[in-house]
Design a protein around this ligand. Structure first.
Ligand code: ZN
Length: 213
């Protein structure tokens, strides 16, 4: 499958009837690689560089393909299982690597996510928690929205008793330029259900993530 196909095929908003666990993304515009290449070459000229020089001649193609890859979400099957044993304690996956692109500067931000939920009638494979983070990371993002999207999607798909998502990330637009706050980390969180309304559950979640509240 080409990059443009994977990024641009028409998508439905609702779950597919034949794959009830598969929730697909809304339609995204197709990536036009040749237009992106031309734009990168123009950008290089505008920045006082010569894209026809030996060292830069292949750079527009590489940059266009890099962005196309970084912005192409990978769909996956949101497989869930009946919670037959009635497990009702927090399930938490810590330290999920996150990297995304800030929509204001097109520079990376990266760090870790901690994603947890309090099971209801169903549980999911633990790797799916990391896949949800990756799904929304491959986009032009702000950290606040990314955090919320991960929490909302888990709530919609799994209908658990609670969801908690924390992301800690360093933003290159803050550490490499501007204030040059190297090593500073931004922490965002999004909570649903019991984790949102019950102070003890919320405290337990943040304690397990290592975030002090
Ligand atoms: Zn930025």
């Amino acid at each position: 499958m080409s990059l443009s196909e994977s990024a641009g095929s028409p998508r439905e908003e609702s779950p597919s009837p034949s794959h009830p666990n598969l929730r697909v993304l809304p339609h995204r515009r197709e990536v036009n690689l040749s237009a992106a290449e031309r734009a990168v070459a123009d950008l290089l000229v505008a920045l006082g560089k010569d894209p026809t020089s030996e060292h830069l001649s292949d750079t527009p193609r590489r940059v266009a393909r890099s962005f196309a890859e970084l912005l192409a979400p990978r769909e996956f099957d949101f497989t869930s299982f009946p919670n037959d044993e009635g497990y009702d304690e927090l399930v938490l996956v810590k330290g999920i690597p996150v990297h995304s692109l800030c929509e204001h500067h097109l520079l990376p931000f990266y760090g870790t996510a901690h994603v947890g939920y309090l099971p209801g009638d169903r549980i999911i494979g633990l790797s799916k928690l990391a896949r949800v983070v990756e799904l929304f990371s491959r986009d032009l993002q702000v950290q606040e929205r990314l955090t919320q999207q991960v929490a909302d999607r888990l709530q919609e798909q799994l209908a658990p008793k609670g969801v908690g998502v924390v992301i800690e990330a360093e933003h290159c637009c803050m550490s490499l330029r501007g204030v040059r706050a190297i090593g500073s980390r931004t922490i965002t969180s999004a909570l649903h259900g019991i984790l949102r309304v019950d102070a003890r559950s919320r405290h337990e979640f943040f304690a397990l993530t290592g975030i002090n509240t």
